[in-house]
Design a protein around this ligand. Structure first.
Ligand code: C5P
Length: 230
């Protein structure tokens, strides 16, 4: 099987739509690789912070993208992210890193610099790619495309619960504001704006449990891949 024959399932959608959780579970069930493309943008955001790089300086951010080494370590339940060899998983999840990622992601040269790194994840037996432009720009030829949505209120509540459980002090109103601002920025940017691919199946996850969404996504796959010797 060559790289381009390797099947890809793209799962795009706005922040808080459940993409990350769903994509990882689906990848595990299929026995496929998993790409968290948002983590790449967040990693560059974190590296820029470490290097005191001004988020308003695109040239410096592009240099930082090329210079930043990003690695993933699968620890079963969790995917740890290494930035320049250092475990930055927890820092990556902060709202500050998310906001930096969103600002950086609007720079076309940064997106171009990360393209090949994302495509390199396409390895047999298959790839589940989670992000904003997986089905539109990075893997337009993917055989399976999903676009997950959920109301902004529900997304803010999910995030509130997640952060609250971790003891991070946040307010629901503040999170809702941030989510709406990030949605607007991601959807209105000139390059690779957040939008469903024409051939994507939309699933509204508002009011649905994780297992229900995973089942709906898996139901879209025509046949489960068969492992060697099966
Ligand atoms: O998915 P996540 O919230 O980790 O992504 C962080 C930010 O990175 C998003 O708000 C978006 O601006 C950017 N991003 C992107 N394209 C992707 C993945 C993430 O522009 N494929």
């Amino acid at each position: 099987m060559t790289t381009l024959d390797t099947p890809v399932l793209t799962i795009d959608g706005p922040s808080g739509s459940g993409k990350g959780t769903i994509s990882r579970l689906v990848a595990r069930k299929l026995g496929w690789h998993y790409l968290d493309s948002g983590a790449l943008y967040r990693a560059v955001g974190v590296a820029a912070g470490w290097g005191d790089i001004d988020l308003a300086d695109p040239a410096a951010l592009v240099r930082c993208t090329f210079d930043t080494e990003i690695g993933f370590r699968d620890e079963g339940d969790e995917l740890r992210v290494l930035v320049n060899g250092q475990d930055a998983t927890d820092e990556l999840r902060t709202e500050t890193a998310g906001a930096a990622a969103s600002a950086i992601a609007a720079i076309p040269e940064v997106r171009a610099a990360l393209k090949d790194r994302q495509r390199a994840f396409r390895q047999p037996p298959g790839l589940v790619a989670d992000g904003r432009d997986m089905g539109t720009v990075i893997f337009p030829d993917a055989a399976h495309k999903v676009f997950l949505t959920a109301s902004a209120e529900e997304r803010a509540e999910r995030r509130y619960k997640q952060l609250n459980d971790k003891g991070v002090p946040v307010t629901l109103a503040g999170l809702l504001r941030e989510i709406l601002a990030r949605d607007a920025r991601d959807a209105s940017r000139a390059v690779a704006p957040l939008r469903p691919a024409e051939d994507a199946v939309r699933i509204d996850t508002t009011g649905l449990g994780i297992d229900e969404v995973v089942d709906r996504v898996l139901a879209l796959m025509p046949a489960r891949p068969v492992g060697p010797g099966a």
